[in-house]
Design a protein around this ligand. Structure first.
Ligand SMILES: Cc1cc2nc3c(=O)[nH]c(=O)nc-3n(C[C@H](O)[C@H](O)[C@H](O)COP(=O)(O)O)c2cc1C
Length: 220
């Protein structure tokens, strides 16, 4: 698979079989992903790969919190700016409408939406997930580096025939993720990523993107 095909065929998959990503595939992907560039070659990401009992324990602990009506921990960072301006607000709304619409869920059906969102903390059924941490004092450029790392992993997974979904939702329960992973105190969870083999019933949403003209300016 060439890079264009990997980019084109990557989409967030939100229904996986429980088949774990084979260890040799994980080793190949994560070994190649160390080549991700970063400002000053800091390589600021700290990645924890969870499988087996450890991941099952994490899913169980968060499921218990969700079932108890616990809406999560005090956020350590903002997921979005406080007031999302146009055109971002419309893009977010469209994403939600398409995602829930594809599942036949009405926009105002908050209960059904919450049920679907809760699948985040079940890794959408996947048995393999990684968690990306950064040192708490890292400013914006190192967060961008982490994003590049994650995209590299997602594309390499595609070239192995696998799919993924990056999930900031894990940061909503960052204390529980920390309890299970026990990272050094200075590290902060950015996001998780579920990965594996798409379930045959998985919805393949091809979300539209803004046009080139909207996001790229050629100055000659
Ligand atoms: C940093 C980051 C965090 C994300 N967090 C979540 C999440 O918590 N749950 C989820 O279902 N999707 C999450 N996504 C997936 C986005 O919704 C998705 O990438 C976007 O809507 C574009 O769709 P596509 O990935 O299918 O092309 C995240 C993506 C990124 C890059």
């Amino acid at each position: 698979m060439d890079v264009y095909e990997a980019v084109q065929s990557r989409q967030s998959i939100r229904a996986f079989t429980d088949r774990p990503v084979p260890r040799d595939v994980l080793d190949r992907v994560l070994t190649a992903a160390v080549r991700t560039p970063s400002g000053g070659n800091l390589q600021p990401w700290h990645i924890y790969v969870l499988t087996g009992d450890r991941l099952a324990e994490l899913k169980k602990r968060i499921a218990e919190r969700v079932a108890a009506g616990d809406s999560g921990d005090e956020p350590e960072f903002a997921f979005y700016p406080p007031r999302l301006a146009s055109p971002y607000r419309e893009r977010l709304a469209e994403m939600g409408a398409r995602r829930y619409g594809a599942l036949g869920i009405a926009y105002d059906d908050t209960e059904a939406r919450a049920r679907v969102r809760a699948e985040n903390w079940n890794c959408f059924g996947a048995s393999t997930a990684l968690f990306c941490y950064l040192d708490r004092n890292m400013p914006a450029p190192q967060w961008a580096d982490a994003g590049m790392y994650l995209q590299t992993v997602m594309l390499l997974l595609r070239s192995e025939g696998l799919h993924s979904c990056t999930q900031i939702a894990w940061a909503e329960y960052h204390r529980t993720v920390d309890e299970v992973i026990s990272p050094p105190a200075e590290r902060m969870l950015f996001c998780g990523m579920s990965m594996g083999f798409p379930h045959p019933a998985a919805t393949h949403l091809c979300l539209p993107r803004a046009s080139l003209a909207e996001t790229v300016t050629f100055l000659e």
